[in-house]
Design a protein around this ligand. Sequence first.
Ligand SMILES: [Zn+2]
Length: 103
Amino acid sequence: MAQGTYITNPTHFFNSDGDIPKDLPREAREFANFLALIFDKVTSSFPQTNREIDTGIRCRKKGCQGLIIGALEAIDEPVHWYCLDCGHHRVISNWRRSKWDNT
Ligand SMILES: [Zn+2]
């Protein structure tokens, strides 16, 4: 990953059926689920709510119980998310046409 970028491509975790493989290591599987849930939530409120969306998902950082806020500004943009409490943030690319794309 290039320095200074915080882009996650979730398709790296998916198998050829577009699923999260059951045999992925637990950590990777949980992370893939976490990402999928975020863009599932964000894309299901798009474009009615193209502002920040409370995903109801909890932060994965150790000791943090913060809520994850997601945003999608345009259909061809990546999904942005951040934690309300610790400020942890990332960008999700390549979310379109996956099983969790509700647009
Ligand atoms: Zn957090």
